[in-house]
Design a protein around this ligand. Sequence first.
Ligand SMILES: [Zn+2]
Length: 141
Amino acid sequence: MDQVLGQVLRNAVWERLDMLSDLATRADAQSLVSVARSELPRLTEAWRSMLQAHDPDERGDCPTCSTRWHRCKAPCSVWQVAHEHLVAGGLAPQQAAMSADERRAARRRSPVPGQTRRATPPSPAETTGRHALVTPRAVTA
Ligand SMILES: [Zn+2]
C-alpha cells in the first residue's frame, strides 16, 4: 500500500474512533444503546483479530513485532495496550475527555499515534519494555 493510501486508511480509522468517542459522550441513551449494539461487536472483533496477530509463537516471541534481527518478547506493546485499556481499567481518561478537534490536534503533534495519550512520563517498569501489570502468563493463558 502506498503512502497516500496508507494515510487515507489511517485517517478514516482515526475519524471513526473520534466519532465513536463523541457519540459516547454526547448521544442520548437510546442512540447510545443502538450504537453499542452495532459497534461493540465490531470493536471486540477488531481487538481479537489484532491480538491474534500478536499472539506469542512457540518461542514466546511476538511474530508480528519481531524482525529477522530482533525478537520481540511477548507480551508485545499491542498486548500491553490491550491489557491496560481492557483489563486494568486505564481507559485513558485524559483522551476520553478530549474533543474530536483536540484529539486530531494531538495526533498532528505526535508522529506516532497513541503516544499522544500519555499524560505522565513512563515509569521505570514501562521503560524496560514490560508493562508492570502484564505478565507473560496472563496473556498466554
Ligand atoms: Zn506484537
